[in-house]
Write a protein that binds this ligand. Structure first.
Ligand code: FPP
Length: 241
């Protein structure tokens, strides 16, 4: 007797794309080559999401902490991001994909900000998959910025302290326009959140793959969605049935 999946496809998948450097090292290649191969896995992840009707895909593309990497590697990552945006803009329009960002993107190099602004503007009306790039993103920084915005409203008598609810906090985060992720995928076997969506992942299911991100291709992404669909989510309640 067949069992119906416990869950439909996740609405929102968040991904920590880890292991590009290790993938490159294992092959005696520069780290940049790992990031380039990782960009191809991004394309395949997008295809998987389009195929399964995932509505939101958040990708941890550059963390606040990544600013501490050597300038050469930072340049390579920004260059890859720009290439990705340039090569994908027309396709995003065709695929009904909308692009958004979270994080302190004002810190990114001007050329990168320009490509982002163009892609965001040109895809703003699209209603299919929303790709959310986390860039210069750190969850503690995001919560700090949100707290400042809430404090300012209190100072300006627009908000009473007693009126602050979890919804108030959520509405002041960079992710205010998006539902919480249902599924977190992390590659390269690490069991850490690494300052990613600390608030938003409260009830997410985790899928950890031992593969490095450049080896995590469409079939692996589809497998993660499939495994998710068989999990029972309880949100702190007792299970139904
Ligand atoms: C982690 O691997 C990955 C990153 C810091 C960057 C992710 C970027 C991409 C996949 C490419 C460009 C992005 C887009 C959206 C086209 P790591 O370098 O920390 O690997 P390691 O832990 O093995 O050193």
């Amino acid at each position: 007797m067949g069992h119906a999946p416990a869950n439909p496809a996740p609405r929102h998948v968040a991904v920590i794309m880890d292991g590009n450097g290790r993938w490159a090292r294992n092959r005696g290649l520069p780290r940049k080559a790992g990031h380039r191969a990782g960009a191809e896995s991004v394309r395949q992840a997008v295809e998987a999401c389009l195929e399964r009707g995932v509505e939101f895909l958040t990708l941890y593309a550059f963390s606040s902490e990544n600013w501490n990497r050597p300038p050469k590697e930072i340049d390579a990552l920004m260059g890859l991001l720009e290439d990705f945006l340039r090569s994908k803009r027309r396709e995003f329009k065709k695929q009904n994909v909308r692009l958004r960002t979270i994080g302190r993107t004002h810190l990114l190099p001007p050329s990168c900000r320009e490509e982002l602004a163009k892609a965001i503007q040109e895809t703003a009306q699209n209603t299919g998959l929303t790709i959310i790039l986390a860039l210069s993103y750190g969850s503690r920084e995001e919560i700090t910025d949100a707290t400042r915005r809430v404090a300012l409203k209190i100072k300006n008598n627009e908000l009473e302290p007693d009126a602050i609810s979890p919804e108030t906090i959520a509405a002041h985060l960079d992710t205010a326009d998006f539902p919480d992720p249902d599924l977190l995928i992390r590659t390269s076997g690490e069991l850490r959140l690494s300052n990613f969506l600390l608030w938003q992942l409260s009830y997410a299911e985790f899928f950890i793959s031992t593969r490095n991100w450049p080896d995590f291709r469409k079939a692996d992404f589809l497998e993660a969605l499939e495994i998710y669909s068989r999990r029972q989510r309880r949100f702190g309640r007792v299970s139904a049935s």
